[in-house]
Design a protein around this ligand. Structure first.
Ligand code: GTB
Length: 214
């Protein structure tokens, strides 16, 4: 069965890799699984056919035969469980890698999303100037904690894992803010993720969609 994922027909970032299909593409590339992409418009995402796959009307989704999944964490975990390369064999190391996946989406991503929302949707509000530094500081606090744990290690817990894939993906959303570059070790960590051949293939594939003439 061919794996099919969904992605934006036109990503608002124009293909900078910030939409969440990139992390699923990256995981698929890491585990060397071929896949196809069904592009969906913002309108189609809210139609019954897509809502049957994704109850919140979002991308990405994942279909493989009679399995349909939504939520990037669940999709990457599914791929990591079924194919070698994204989770260690040792049971404890595997559990820790999974904990990092949860930390990425549950602890690190929320303040980053809050910042993205503040910048994109709240910039015209009368209180925007006062609120933004508070939101930025919440991100800085999380980054400091993460950087302290990472130290100068290459990856969060031994070899590269699905935990790093999710964490780097989440941190990449910060690139336009400049906050990522405030810590050299974290910036280098993200750059190591982006340098992986699998990431580069994933990035190129989503860019191709967004630069194709239609
Ligand atoms: N928790 C879900 C997951 O991880 O799968 C979140 C999925 C999600 O937020 N999907 C977004 C979506 O479909 C696309 S990635 N939004 C449309 C909607 O809700 O109606 C979020 C995103 C979009 C665009 C940029 N960008 O252009 O920079 C970055 C991130």
């Amino acid at each position: 069965m061919t794996i099919i994922i969904t992605a934006f027909e036109r990503s608002p970032d124009g293909g900078k890799g910030l939409a969440r299909d990139t992390r699923v593409r990256w995981a698929l590339e890491e585990v060397r699984q071929p896949y196809e992409v069904r592009l969906v418009s913002f309108g189609a995402m809210k139609e019954p056919a897509h809502l049957a796959l994704h109850p919140f009307g979002q991308i990405p989704t994942y279909e493989d035969g009679d399995l349909a999944l939504f939520e990037t964490g669940a999709i990457v975990f599914h791929l990591a469980e079924r194919h070698a390369g994204l989770l260690p064999d040792d049971a404890n190391a595997r559990a820790r890698a999974i904990a990092w996946m949860f930390a990425a989406v549950n602890t690190v991503e929320p303040p980053i999303l809050e910042l993205a929302n503040a910048v994109i949707f709240e910039r015209d509000k009368p209180w925007a100037k006062e609120r933004l530094p508070l939101v930025q500081d919440r991100v800085r606090d999380r980054l400091k904690q993460l950087a302290t744990r990472l130290g100068d290690a290459d990856w969060l817990d031994g070899a590269f894992s699905a935990g790093d894939l999710m964490m780097v993906s989440v941190l990449l959303r910060l690139r336009p803010s400049g906050l990522l570059d405030e810590d050299a070790n974290l910036a280098a960590y993200v750059a190591r993720g982006e340098a992986r051949p699998a990431y580069k293939r994933a990035f190129a594939a989503q860019l191709a969609v967004n630069t194709a003439k239609r």
